[in-house]
Design a protein. Structure first.
Length: 114
């Protein structure tokens, strides 16, 4: 917020408002622009991280154990795939897909053959 305020002050010479009379909408605009820039940087960092994973061969991994898949692989109606052991352990705690929260049960599990 301080950064947004300083940006607002520095741009006030080209703006029609004095620093002490700026409207909330102008402050919100600067904050939104800063938020968008922060989001873009986070997305770029995530893309770089994913590119590195692909180069290392970590392309496919279970999002429960965060490791390479161990066979057999299993899925439910939402088509999210995880290690069967991870699915069963997760379903023991709560009956939801860990990625999309689809309600499920152990009877819904289907093996995936690659």
């Amino acid at each position: 917020r301080i950064r947004a305020f300083l940006l607002l002050l520095s741009s006030s010479s080209s703006s029609s408002c004095a620093p002490r009379t700026c409207k909330n909408s102008e402050i919100e605009k600067v904050t939104e622009e800063e938020s968008a820039a922060t989001t873009m940087e986070a997305l770029k960092a995530r893309i770089r991280e994913l590119e590195k994973q692909i180069l290392r061969g970590d392309r496919y991994k279970c999002l429960i154990c965060m490791d390479s898949y161990t066979m057999p692989l299993t899925s439910i109606q939402c088509w999210h795939v995880h290690c069967e052991e991870c699915w069963l352990r997760t379903l023991g705690n709560k009956k939801l897909c860990p990625q999309c929260n689809t309600i499920t049960s152990p009877g819904d599990l289907r093996r995936v053959y690659l």
